[in-house]
Design a protein around this ligand. Structure first.
Ligand code: AQP
Length: 323
């Protein structure tokens, strides 16, 4: 079983990225053949400052290492270090109907949010299909926002197989791996936590900044003594994902009975977040102090990823008559 997933270096990683994706990356690296990458080519659609993009790539690589990805167990690489990706993307784009991309929700949403309607943003799902198909991935751990893109990847693979691989399929069809409990982690305003909504809690902010941010969580005006429905409250939803079981049970009971205010829940959530990432914060400082080790991880990952990618790209090129 081969696992593959990527994460954009378009800003600091947030706890939605962690719960929705990175925690699964770490869990799956032990049992399986895993490839994880920093999707810098994708970030070009939103980050337009070269120095900043370099910084984000380095930060995300370090964040992934700090959060527990082990380069001895998983291949950790940067997308643009594998130029085969872009070539495969063109082979795939040549068989992708426009209509499939036109129906993508994420493109429409980003344009509505003010990103320019550029071809890179529009064709993003094809590049993503190349990312996945290039490694013969079986399983792709992602948050629910990526489900539609995964469906497109499968459709594009099937279409390529139908056009060029009638005797023997060229691409393996991947499956998404989405955990229901963390498929959409809520942000400070109750919508999906997302860099572009400005409602994120960053994993590696300073503890004081994390505590302060959590205080901004938008809540209703139900008084402290009134009973509240924990299942309908995004703040409790987040608390449940980070706090110890006994604390969750206690807070849940007090929600139902009345007698707990949102301020207390926010304070306790802040503490739970700081505690959850304390060890990772220490590991992060170690990696930051040794940039040469990070560079070595990146170079080794690129070499391993390219070897796998080359074989698949050659298969695809041969199938469609190139070379
Ligand atoms: N709120 C979330 N809940 C669950 N999963 C999430 N992911 C992101 N936000 C949540 C998952 O994290 C992985 C990497 O995401 P990404 O940074 O590459 O892109 P994204 O999904 O577009 O993240 P953002 O913050 O929402 O960025 P913008 O605002 O730039 O679009 C993916 O598996 C994603 O599902």
């Amino acid at each position: 079983m081969r696992i593959l997933s990527g994460i954009q270096p378009s800003g600091a990683l947030h706890i939605g990225n962690y719960l929705g994706a990175i925690r699964q990356y770490v869990a799956l690296q032990d049992a399986d053949d895993a490839y994880y990458f920093v999707a810098d080519l994708h970030a070009l659609t939103s980050v337009r400052d070269a120095a900043l993009l370099r910084q984000y790539v380095s930060d995300v690589l370090i964040d992934l290492l700090a959060l527990g990805l082990d380069p001895e167990r998983a291949v950790l690489f940067v997308q643009s270090d594998v130029p085969e990706t872009v070539e495969l993307s063109w082979l795939l784009t040549s068989v992708t109907p426009m209509g499939w991309l036109e129906k993508c929700v994420s493109y429409k949403e980003k344009v509505q949010q003010g990103l320019p309607a550029e071809h890179g943003l529009f064709a993003y799902p094809v590049l993503q299909a190349a990312d996945i198909l290039l490694y013969d991935a079986d399983l792709v751990p992602v948050g629910r926002d990526q489900k539609q893109h995964l469906e497109i990847t499968r459709d594009v693979a099937e279409r390529f197989n139908n056009v060029y691989g009638k005797k023997k399929p060229v691409f393996r069809l991947p499956e998404p791996y989405i955990l229901d409990s963390v498929a959409v982690v809520p942000g400070l305003d109750g919508r999906k936590m997302s860099k572009s909504y400005g409602n994120t809690i960053e994993i590696f902010d300073e503890p004081a900044a994390i505590r302060k941010k959590v205080k901004k969580f938008v809540t209703d005006s139900t008084p402290v003594e009134a009973p509240k429905d924990p299942d309908a409250d995004p703040l409790f939803g987040l608390f449940k994902l980070f706090a110890a079981k006994a604390d969750v049970a206690e807070v849940e009971r007090r929600y139902r009975e009345g007698g707990i205010g949102y301020g207390e829940v926010k304070t306790r959530l802040g503490e739970a977040l700081v505690a959850t990432f304390a060890e990772a914060r220490e590991r992060r400082a170690e990696w930051v102090a040794h940039p040469e080790r990070v560079a070595a991880v990146r170079a080794a990952g690129a070499e391993k990823a390219r070897a796998t990618a080359r074989a698949v790209l050659d298969r695809a090129r041969a199938a469609c008559g190139l070379g």
